[in-house]
Design a protein around this ligand. Structure first.
Ligand code: AMP
Length: 171
């Protein structure tokens, strides 16, 4: 895990003053670190009856697609508004400052699906909680959520209540 930690770069005051952005691009650039991160992300879910992996735009697409491939599952993109071409279900949610929205195709998941949600980072948990509600509104079950980085001090885990959460690096 220290190998992974050394590949996460802190960028102070990005995208705005006071935020320390956790930059995962050094990890993506290192083949061994990327392989390790993907293996560690998926490890608890081997043989877990999952039917799909959903990734949150945009960095969740990178890890989510790799995890889906390794688990032999398909991938569901959860996207920012206006990007998906077919009929969508949308959810609006509050961020620390301001609001945001996510969309998913209506036929992406349904009843009987057990979905693993992946993103690069868990902060306040608003994005992850909205993702759970979005998939559940289509009848799917959220089996668990997995993140490369968790910012413990923002208590996102508390917002996600009963869902199993797996994170690799805690700050
Ligand atoms: P939240 O909804 O507060 O949990 O924010 C999570 C989303 O915002 C994820 O998609 C992250 O990629 C991004 N994010 C929030 N805070 C940071 C941070 N300090 N560094 C990098 N990404 C962040």
């Amino acid at each position: 895990m220290e190998r992974l930690r050394s590949k996460i770069r802190d960028i102070p005051d990005f995208p705005k003053p006071g935020i320390v952005f956790k930059d995962i691009t050094p990890l993506l650039r290192d083949p061994a670190a990327l392989h390790l991160a993907v293996q560690q992300l998926l490890h608890p879910f081997i043989g877990g009856n999952l039917t799909a992996v959903a990734g949150i735009e945009a960095r969740g697409f990178i890890f989510g697609a790799l995890v889906a491939r390794e688990l032999g599952l398909g991938f569901v993109p959860l996207r920012k508004p206006g990007k998906l071409p077919y009929d969508v279900r949308s959810i609006d949610y509050e961020l620390e400052y301001g609001s945001a929205a996510l969309e998913v195709h209506l036929d992406a998941v349904g009843k009987g699906d057990r979905v693993l949600i992946i993103d690069d980072l868990l902060a306040t948990g608003g994005t992850a909680k909205a993702s759970c509600e979005l998939l559940e509104s289509l009848g799917a079950e959220v089996a668990a959520l997995a993140f490369v980085v968790e910012l413990d001090f923002l208590k996102g885990r508390e917002k996600l209540g009963p869902y199993p959460i797996h994170s690799l690096l805690n700050y």
